[in-house]
Design a protein around this ligand. Structure first.
Ligand code: DGL
Length: 258
């Protein structure tokens, strides 16, 4: 048993979708969330820049005595060299495990330009399912538009244009490879009504919890969760309260040196 919190990091509010799955499935686990709202989006930064931010947030969370860190951001997961996830506090990135796709013929991976450029989903899917037709769809600016709370018609236009351009209107399944995207799952559903939409959050959380279970590190004591943002935005506050309750503890943090 380990009652310490889990640390969760993202470039902004997207990682809240992963935190939500954690809280829903494992209500005894406490977490400390940090979202880099001041520097969002990460998706069009360089891997070196993202790796630099990753170290700051890792140190920040380590200072809060977390027992594990979830990088609830595909862009961080697929930009930071995997060896940097190792260390005293384990870091778990977004999952690439998709057993439910066994019988899928045509799949789209939709993510930020950086995540798509890494080709990590494509490589893994081709290895697991060699006959699968994989279409990669980068959508520059979508995570930021969601972060900014842009109106649905604008978001619809961005996604629809990218899907049309890629000729992916009738894919069997689509991986939402950015943790911001489940926040607009309804828009994806309108554009791809017959497509199975996959959010890797559930499998990511499952993997994190199975690692903790192996070490007898699960919490037996529910408690408050904390939310830090590097820039206070009303949007982040509203989202946190909507997802985690009106009494959620939300703080602004300025990290020196970042
Ligand atoms: N939530 C991040 C991800 O999963 C968003 C990336 C961004 O900030 O552009 O990729």
């Amino acid at each position: 048993m380990d009652n310490r919190p889990i640390g969760i990091m993202d470039s902004g509010v997207g990682g809240l979708t992963v935190a939500c799955v954690l809280k829903e499935k494992y209500p005894n686990e406490k977490f400390i969330f940090i979202g880099d709202t001041a520097r969002n989006p990460y998706g069009n930064k360089s891997p070196e820049e993202v790796t630099f931010f990753f170290f700051f947030f890792k140190a920040f969370l380590a200072g809060k005595q977390v027992k594990m860190i979830i990088a609830a951001c595909n862009t961080i997961t697929f930009s930071v060299p995997p060896s940097f996830f190792e260390g005293k506090i384990p870091v778990i990135g977004m999952s690439l495990d998709f057993p439910e796709l066994e019988s899928v013929n045509h799949l789209a991976v939709i993510g930020t330009p950086m995540t798509i450029r890494s080709h990590r989903h494509r490589e893994r899917l081709k290895k697991d399912f060699p006959l699968m037709n994989v279409t990669e769809i980068p959508i520059d600016g979508l995570a930021y538009a969601i972060e900014m709370g842009k109106e649905e018609s604008f978001i619809y236009g961005m996604i629809n244009e990218a899907v049309q351009k890629a000729g992916a209107e009738s894919v069997d399944a689509a991986v939402l490879a950015c943790t911001h995207y489940p926040l607009v799952a309804g828009v994806f559903r309108d554009i791809l009504p017959n497509t199975l939409l996959i959010d890797p959050a559930e499998r990511t959380v499952k993997k994190a919890m199975s690692i903790l279970a192996d070490q007898n590190g699960q919490s037996e004591e529910a408690g408050p969760c904390l939310f830090f943002f590097t820039e206070s935005t009303l949007r982040a506050e509203i989202l946190v309260k909507k997802m985690f309750g009106r009494r959620a503890d939300i703080q602004r943090v300025v990290l020196s040196g970042v």
